[in-house]
Design a protein around this ligand. Structure first.
Ligand code: RB5
Length: 142
């Protein structure tokens, strides 16, 4: 089981609660970087906090939620060593682990429903990086 950093903005807050419950029921540990309510805030704060926790290896992986998953993933990808993917279906989530060694998953609470979000999370966490030819490409990004 993993230690997973999680963060969201105000738009992602309610879905984050559902995802935390699901992850804990699967035996994962969570470090919640906020936000902690639906009061309006700014997604870069939480994208950066989760990205720093993953890049420093304080946490194994990260999950980020905003309205679309776009802004918060862009913010996370500014941190060196972070490969954040924004997904609205499980196939890309799984392949992003297997081929791209993504270390943060982002999605949008205005894009995916809660049940689909859980499926995306499960697909992403089930994927293992395949290395080989994919390692050269990921190394090239770095
Ligand atoms: C907030 O209104 C919204 O812009 C944010 O949640 C996110 O979708 C940005 O990418």
């Amino acid at each position: 089981m993993s230690l997973i950093a999680i963060g969201c903005d105000h738009v992602g807050f309610e879905l984050k609660i559902r995802i935390i419950d699901h992850l804990q029921s699967q035996g994962h540990s969570i470090k919640d970087f906020g936000t902690h309510s639906t009061e309006r805030t700014d997604y870069p704060i939480f994208g950066k906090a989760v990205a720093n926790a993953v890049a420093s290896r304080e946490c194994d992986k990260g999950i980020l939620i905003c309205g679309t998953g776009v802004g918060i993933s862009i913010a996370a990808n500014k941190v060196h060593g972070i490969r954040a993917v924004v997904c609205s279906e499980p196939y890309s989530a799984l392949l992003s682990r297997q081929h791209n060694d993504t270390n943060i998953l982002a999605f949008g609470s205005r894009v995916v429903g809660a049940d689909l979000a859980v499926m995306i999370v499960d697909a992403w966490l089930s994927g293992e990086f395949e290395g080989g030819r994919h390692k050269n490409r990921v190394d090239n990004i770095e």
